[in-house]
Write a protein that binds this ligand. Structure first.
Ligand SMILES: NC(=O)C1=CN([C@@H]2O[C@H](COP(=O)(O)OP(=O)(O)OC[C@H]3O[C@@H](n4cnc5c(N)ncnc54)[C@H](O)[C@@H]3O)[C@@H](O)[C@H]2O)C=CC1
Ligand SMILES: O=C(O)[C@H]1O[C@H](OP(=O)(O)OP(=O)(O)OC[C@H]2O[C@@H](n3ccc(=O)[nH]c3=O)[C@H](O)[C@@H]2O)[C@H](O)[C@@H](O)[C@@H]1O
Length: 474
């Protein structure tokens, strides 16, 4: 099959879609499909009863994922043609098209531990579909998967012996959290991989027809299955590589008197480089960049491509270094000890406009500071203390009770900063820029330090107020 816009038009009209996994991808993606296609019944199912209950909460502001614009989309479609349910079997049975959008975390055990993607949830979905389905299905990989996973799914589905026919498509998702709804409304591209057989082409066309309701044809790209699966990993690797590249330069800037924001602007104006993803930071977080690069590294190693593996692994090593050196600089600057000192964190989420904290740099910076016996008090507008402590406990660096003793959340930023020796900005929430920094300064221990891990605040203004202000890459 050639890369490009699909030309054939075979009418296989989808009336019922099921999506397994009501998470950060399944929830928003299906909400947008339902909103854009009122004639298609979309049922999102999950094993997590609590999560489904939140998706069904009568107050739409209580849905489990915070994304600007999402509650309005859900409010429009929910109960009309968008449903959230724990009845997985029923939804599978009824649907003509089933999206698999479950988590694919890095393996924590066995072969490939720490590198490979754990595909146990994917396999469970495939087996459940094989067990339940009585009519032909199009199964769509929405989760991010290692290249050639579709082969395993095919093998499970095609060996049931019950006569049901399956087509497997790969349709990776490129939305970014915090902008999920706008990304879904106007994607740079929709990628659909499938088999070159007539049945494969027909399945691709059925999915193209869903997206074509709102995505221009030239942005719907069709490829073979393996290109589609691999493109998703490669897109994330390239994006993360840009962040690690600029972060590596931030350290050089600090030594040489160059300013990383100025360097980023200067290189980004070269149209061949472009301005996006050149913002130096305390390090990239999120559930996918690290996981997907590790997966790429594992795949390369499994084919014996050690130079390829080492090349991409460096993106992760640089990111780890950036987080560690941010924490180390806080300790060094605070006269080589933070023991029993209050350090206020502004932000815990891995980026602004999301309540997702997975792999957030804040977790690792806090962990390093707690090792130095600091008292960390965190304010994040969308993250609960329970979530922060879960994140720390997951690292298992110290006992749960120690974590609870050393880290607290504050419900108000001024309380978080009161009596602090230093403030560390870990997330670029817009509201941090609007605070009364004079008021914050007056209530802090002096000298009052600010370590801006996001180059977010107005350094000149803060310095004029009396703060000792440090940022990354300047
Ligand atoms: N979070 C993001 O921004 C993006 C994530 N992705 C990929 O999408 C996939 C899903 O990611 P998220 O939505 O963030 O994960 P998530 O963890 O938020 O959601 C996954 C959901 O699947 C459910 N689940 C797992 N196994 C199940 C089963 N057998 N039956 C029913 N439900 C089951 C879990 O309970 C969970 O609620 C991953 O492969 C990820 O790499 C891709 C693009 C963006
Ligand atoms: O597969 C995925 O999960 C998704 O991963 C990323 O999306 P996401 O992780 O939600 O958010 P990004 O905007 O990419 O930010 C990732 C991290 O990099 C950091 N970042 C980003 C850009 C930048 O210039 N500097 C920087 O430090 C962010 O603060 C954040 O911690 C990709 O952007 C999405 O296309 C992809 O679908």
């Amino acid at each position: 099959m050639v890369l490009g816009q699909l030309k054939i038009k075979i009418g296989m009209k989808i009336t019922k879609i099921c999506c397994i996994g009501a998470g950060y991808v399944g929830g928003p993606t299906m909400a947008v499909i339902a909103q854009k296609c009122p004639d298609i019944q979309v049922t999102v199912v999950d094993l997590n009863v609590d999560r489904i209950a939140k998706w069904n909460d009568p107050n739409v502001e209580n849905i489990p994922i915070y994304e600007p614009g999402l509650s309005a989309v859900v409010a429009e479609a929910r109960g009309r043609n968008l449903f959230f349910s724990t009845e997985v079997d029923q939804a599978i049975e009824e649907a003509e098209m089933i999206f698999i959008s479950v988590n694919t975390p890095t393996k924590t055990y066995g072969t490939g531990k720490g590198l490979a993607a754990d595909l146990k949830y994917i396999e469970l979905c495939a087996r459940q579909i094989a067990r339940v389905a009585k009519t032909d299905k199009i199964v769509v990989e929405k989760s991010t998967l290692p290249v050639r996973t579709a082969e395993a799914i095919k093998s499970i589905l095609h060996n049931t012996g019950n006569g049901v026919k399956y087509q497997i498509l790969s349709n990776p998702e490129f939305l970014a959290e915090g902008t999920a709804v706008e990304d879904l409304f106007a994607p740079d591209r929709v990628l659909i991989g499938g088999d070159a057989t007539p049945e494969g082409q027909q399945a691709i066309q059925a999915l193209v027809d869903v997206y074509a309701r709102w995505v221009p044809n030239e942005r719907i790209l069709t490829t073979n299955l393996w290109s589609s699966e691999l493109s998703k990993l490669v897109a994330n690797a390239f994006l993360a590589q840009r962040v690690s590249s600029i972060n590596s330069i931030s350290e050089l800037c600090e030594k040489t008197g160059a300013n990383v924001a100025e360097v980023a602007k200067a290189i980004g104006m070269d149209s061949r480089i472009g301005p996006k993803f050149l913002k130096s930071s305390v390090g990239f977080g999120g559930s996918c960049f690290q996981k997907d690069i590790l997966n790429l590294v594992y795949i390369a190693k499994s084919y014996g491509l050690h130079e390829v593996a080492d090349y991409w692994e460096q993106v992760i090593l640089m990111n780890d270094h950036q987080k560690r050196r941010f924490a180390k600089n806080i300790v060094t600057t605070l006269y080589n000890t933070v023991a029993d000192k209050k350090i206020a964190f502004l932000g815990w989420a891995f980026k602004k406009d999301t309540n997702d904290t997975r792999e957030s740099a804040a977790i690792y910076v806090a962990d390093d500071l707690l090792n130095e016996h600091a008292n960390v008090v965190v304010y994040d507008p969308k993250v609960s203390e329970k979530q922060m402590l879960n994140d720390l406990d997951y690292l298992a660096t110290r006992s749960v009770s120690e974590n609870h003793r050393l880290l607290q959340a504050a419900s108000d930023p001024y309380a978080a900063c009161e009596g602090a020796h230093a403030i560390a900005v870990l997330t670029e929430w817009d509201e941090f820029k609007t605070y009364d920094w004079q008021r914050i300064y007056e209530k802090m221990n002096k000298p009052a330090f600010v370590f801006d891990g996001r180059n977010l605040l107005d350094g000149e203004q803060l310095t004029a107020l009396g703060f000792m202000y440090q940022t990354i890459g300047a």
